[in-house]
Design a protein around this ligand. Sequence first.
Ligand code: PHE
Length: 464
Amino acid sequence: MKDHGRDEILRHRNGRSTFSGRIGYVLAVAGSAVGLGNIWRFPYLAAKYGGGIFLMVYLILVVTFGYALIVSETALGRMTKKSPVGAFGMFGKGLPFKLGGWINAVIPMLIVPYYCVIGGWVTKYLFEYLRGNTAALAEDVYFAGFTSSSLQVEFWFAVFSAAVVWVIMAGVKQGVERMAKIMMPVLVVLAVLVAVYSMTRPGAGAGIRYFLIPNFKNFSIMTVVAAMGQMFYSLSIAMGVLYTFGSYIREDVDIEHSTAQVEVFDTAIAVLAGLMIIPAVFAFSGGDAETLQAGPALMFITIPKVFANMGSGTMAGVLFFLLVLFAALTSAVSLMETSVSTFEDQMGWGRMKCCAVMTGIMLILGSFSALGFGILDFIKIFGLSILDFFDFLTNSVMMPLAALATCILVVRVVGLDKIETEVCQSSKFKRKGVYRFVMKYLAPVFILVILISSIANVLGLINM
Ligand code: PHE
């Protein structure tokens, strides 16, 4: 087996790399988990799909489903010492095993292109703050004006993508990850400051209540569909990533404890981002329904208003977008790395060729997403823009399928007892009861219901 480049925190053992300990593992998983999902995606979904009720559903899903799936994927990775295609392949050679492995492996390849488009938006905003354009960025029309300018979006997408490819090719991944670890605490401190500032603006109280207090009137099945997709996305589950991470850890790493830490950290950052953005929507746009529904644009519309309001917001803008850029970069690098290693393992190609192929996929698919708000805006797939379509396809259709594949593999093929033995090697496995119940009953039924309703919704068969 090859070293997948996780050099700093890895040691070679029996030919396969391993993390140097539990802390190395937790930091690597947290680094991959915290990204645009927490800061950009979570707040806009929470705003759009019901505020407090979305938050409540999300939290319940994290401690049940999220927990069970992280444990399963990590344990399967550690047991097989393989990434998803190889791991599924170890338990059977038939088509279902191939499909189960590949659906997990293909998801990051579809996410990384549009992830880099958003990374490009972040880079552009950083650039504009560096030029001191604080007031212009805070105008309502700025974001729409920028994203409809195809050339600009494509340019910034290319800049961010080039950074990702450069980090992977130049072997500076280690340095970037080390820097990201220093920057993460700074991001947390800044996020707390911005959240406090937003929450104390006049009119923000309504936003705090909207985000924190569940209101059942705002509930719809889409609340659950969106919360589930977000949980997969944010925790980096149902996309093969944790199989790969799991394959790098040693038998003495406490899977249960590490999972809990990652869950808490990832969720705390998401909630913090929500507290930064949603109260600001109420304070600066009077909680108008249209802004709450802004979708992917929400962070880019709301945060600049907060900074412009601060007076000396340019510095805050520079710092904020720089930190978000780093979080996005480490996540994009880990998504790309996972895809590259799938090609390396399954096709047996050299690293250069794998990187070149993945870069090609990224540039082609990403360009469609990038231009979907500009010259390609006449293309709507099921009424969704191209970027939203890829986001929907991966999060609401493919990830539930990938999660279902893992559940079936665990319950029907490997056996819950075997996973339990694997986890118990290093943990007390206190939440064993929850784990078994989720994997055996709750997850499969729930995933199927959600999958069917989200597809029916997008096809317009039912209106939710
Ligand atoms: N979890 C990351 C985020 O929230 C996205 C991601 C998924 C990154 C899988 C790496 C691997 O942005």
